[in-house]
Design a protein around this ligand. Structure first.
Ligand code: AP5
Ligand code: MG
Length: 211
């Protein structure tokens, strides 16, 4: 199964992706995670990506498309993959069509009112990438899963979140229509309920698709 996860910043793409990848034994490919790993390692791609990510803008298409095109040739993609955060505009979607066949697009619609608090309160584990919200940490600064140190993403601040949401609305949201027309969209609504509740719905739809 080759899937795409679509949704605004903070909609819960990464959270759902971990659960989907585990259940269906497919590889989770997050372009945001790839860029952050490059930033951490000080690569040329990292230096370029940082200048866009810090402003909440998209990293140039040619760089992003080349990364994904190469990543999909790796052996671990043979059983299927889940693209999280790619494509993010029509150009990327059209390019993806040239080198991939997509079976389903998991689209998480969510009220923007829920997102600012989710994102500005998010803390992420440096080691395993697990996400938390400060309201549930009780002052703890380490990961409950692996003990790694928690940090706040540099783009999780009110000004950059506003810009990320604007970019989503103008460039990424039109992809809902693009994939609806292709007949591969699966629509869900993100709510204040725990992520496991949404996952139950996603699982029902994907079980049907996997048959
Ligand atoms: P990326 O890393 O993809 O960030 P994003 O799209 O802004 O999305 P997030 O990772 O912030 O949110 P999410 O939907 O994964 O939510 P999460 O599960 O963590 O991209 C970052 C940047 O990289 C972009 O701005 C761009 O610059 C660049 N980039 C990436 N891809 C690109 C591309 N294709 N082209 C060009 N540039 C690109 O959840 C959020 C929080 O909510 C967490 O704390 C979580 O614990 C919590 N949560 C999740 N579900 C629930 C729930 N049901 N109830 C309560 N809390 C919940
Ligand atoms: Mg994410």
């Amino acid at each position: 199964m080759n899937l795409i996860l679509l949704g605004a910043p903070g909609a819960g793409k990464g959270t759902q992706a971990t659960m989907i990848a585990d259940r269906y034994h497919i590889v989770h490919i997050s372009t945001g995670d790839i860029f952050r790993a490059n930033i951490k390692n000080g690569t040329e791609i990292g230096k370029l990506a940082k200048s866009y990510i810090d402003k909440g803008e998209l990293v140039p298409d040619e760089v992003t498309v080349a990364i994904v095109k190469d990543r999909l040739t790796w052996d671990d993609c043979k059983n299927g993959y889940l693209l999280d955060g790619f494509p993010r505009n029509l150009y990327q979607a059209e390019e993806l069509d040239k080198f991939a066949e997509i079976d389903g697009v998991v689209n998480i619609n969510i009220d923007f009112g829920l997102l600012m608090d989710r994102l500005c309160g998010r803390r992420v584990c440096k080691e395993c990438g697990e996400s938390y919200h400060i309201s549930t940490l009780g002052g703890k600064t380490t990961c409950a899963r692996c003990g790694g140190e928690l940090y706040q993403r540099k783009d999780d601040n009110p000004e950059t979140v506003r810009s990320r949401l604007d970019v989503y609305t103008s460039q990424t949201a039109p992809l809902i229509d693009y994939y609806t027309k292709k007949g591969v969209i699966l629509n869900f609504t993100g709510t204040e309920a725990p992520a496991s509740v949404l996952f139950e719905e996603v699982k029902t739809a994907l079980d049907r698709l996997a048959k």
